[in-house]
Design a protein around this ligand. Structure first.
Ligand SMILES: Nc1ncnc2c1ncn2[C@@H]1O[C@H](COP(=O)(O)OP(=O)(O)O)[C@@H](O)[C@H]1O
Ligand SMILES: [Mg+2]
Length: 400
């Protein structure tokens, strides 16, 4: 019996296209003897579609004609219903397109990688690969992530943050705080985006104002960090779950300008066809002193554990070459191309990587099923109801 695997990608995210690449690479790597692959593409406006045509990346040049070859689908947020339904059932068609045994999200970015999609899976009780809702949400928000890591003693670059509302209400105060706390140069980032979108360095007040106005278009929470001028970026992936994980080899991505840009990440290599993170120019394994590699691999696992991750994440580091300090810059809980190119060095090919992700997903659902979700008797029966009725006498307290 083959396992029905829903591969979900696209989504209402600036990284929609990157996710199409990740998903297509993954679907082609998956063992067809083991799995029935059910592609599920979420459009930029949030509609879900399924169909064989989604398995060919060339078809995405003309999404209108691609979607015309597909069926619109949905899942119900009812616990235990793991079916994928047709929105428009033909007369001789069944309402259920497929029963999903497990889902592998190949989504990137906001509304996708941030716990939103994971929450839908939790609601339906569909086993799914990767981080759960909490870890996804914490990992996506650069402010929350840094607060957690700092609390756990994991080194992060000095930062401050503010909301768009604070910016609109008291701009001068916010600037004063940034200048006082960090000085220049700084780097301005929307808290919850990815792929370097909305990120700019600022070397003076004028550039700072410009960078903030730019970032604020994308989100309501902004993080400002000290800009590390002479830096080396090192990435390391982690595979496993919160109690058992392993680190991959490290990589050094090569950038062309002040920051590792969207272009550096996805549009290098001279290929017309985007190959997602596979097209980044990089050094693998990173040529680093052994102690640095070990430090990074340990800190990557510690980050994975602190955020309670599952599946595969990529943790990105910044080494300040002026001081030799090593900082965790960010975690990607659904990394581009699922970081398969790093696991190949650990003798885990893309196909085996997906097997592991599915195994971890199914085990997590089995473990979750063992936990207590209902507690005690129905408080509306018997004595408890009397207690509630006596609300006035009890001061309205139900002991919540
Ligand atoms: N504090 C910093 N100092 C210098 N460069 C930075 C700093 N933070 C990020 N960068 C540069 O900006 C890029 C994108 O920032 P990052 O935090 O990784 O956001 P994203 O989630 O968009 O990838 C990094 O890959 C790096 O090149
Ligand atoms: Mg990054």
């Amino acid at each position: 019996m083959k396992t029905n695997v829903g591969v979900v990608f696209g989504g209402r995210s600036v990284e929609n296209e990157i996710s199409v690449v990740t998903a297509n690479q993954m679907m082609h790597a998956m063992d067809p003897e083991k799995y029935n692959i059910i592609p599920i593409y979420i459009t930029k406006s949030g509609k879900w579609y399924s169909g064989e045509a989604l398995k060919n990346v060339d078809n995405y040049r003309d999404t209108k004609s691609l979607l015309a070859q597909c069926e619109e689908v949905y899942v119900r947020p009812v616990y235990g219903d793991t079916n994928l339904y047709r929105c428009n059932k033909g007369f001789f068609q069944k309402a259920v397109l497929a029963k999903l045994d497990v889902v592998v999200p190949a989504l990137h970015g906001t509304n996708c990688e941030d716990g939103t999609f994971q929450g839908v899976m939790e609601f339906a009780g569909i086993p799914y690969a990767g981080c759960n809702t909490l870890a996804s949400a914490n990992g996506m928000d650069k402010i929350t992530m840094k607060m957690i890591l700092k609390e756990c003693g994991i080194p992060v670059i000095d930062y401050c943050w503010f909301s768009d509302k604070e910016w609109f209400d008291r701009q001068e105060k916010v600037v004063e705080n940034i200048e006082g706390k960090l000085g220049y140069p700084v780097i301005v980032k929307p808290a919850n985006l990815g792929s370097s979108v909305g990120i700019k360095a600022a070397h003076n007040k004028e550039e700072l104002l410009d960078a903030i106005e730019n970032a604020i278009q994308f989100t309501n929470r902004i993080i400002i960090e000290k800009y590390v001028q002479k830096l080396k970026e090192v990435n390391c992936a982690v595979l496993g779950n919160y109690y058992d994980c392993q680190a991959s080899v490290c990589e050094v991505p090569v950038r062309s300008g002040e920051i590792l840009s969207y272009q550096d990440k996805y549009m290098n290599g001279g290929s017309k066809k985007s190959q997602g993170m596979q097209s980044t120019v990089r050094e693998i394994p990173a040529n680093l002193p052994e102690a640095t590699t070990t430090f990074i691999q340990n800190a990557a696992c510690e980050t994975f554990r602190a955020l309670s991750c599952d599946g595969v994440s990529r943790i990105d580091f910044i080494i300040d070459e002026a001081t030799d300090e090593i900082f965790v810059n960010e975690i990607n809980t659904i990394p581009g191309s699922l970081s398969f190119y790093l696991w190949e060095y650990s003798r885990i090919n893309f196909s085996a990587l997906v097997d592991k992700l599915i195994e971890i997903a199914i085990r997590r659902q089995q473990d979750a099923n063992k936990k207590v979700v209902n507690y005690g008797d129905n408080i509306f029966s018997g004595k408890a109801v009397q207690g509630a009725k006596m609300g006035g006498k009890m001061g309205g307290k139900l002991g919540k």
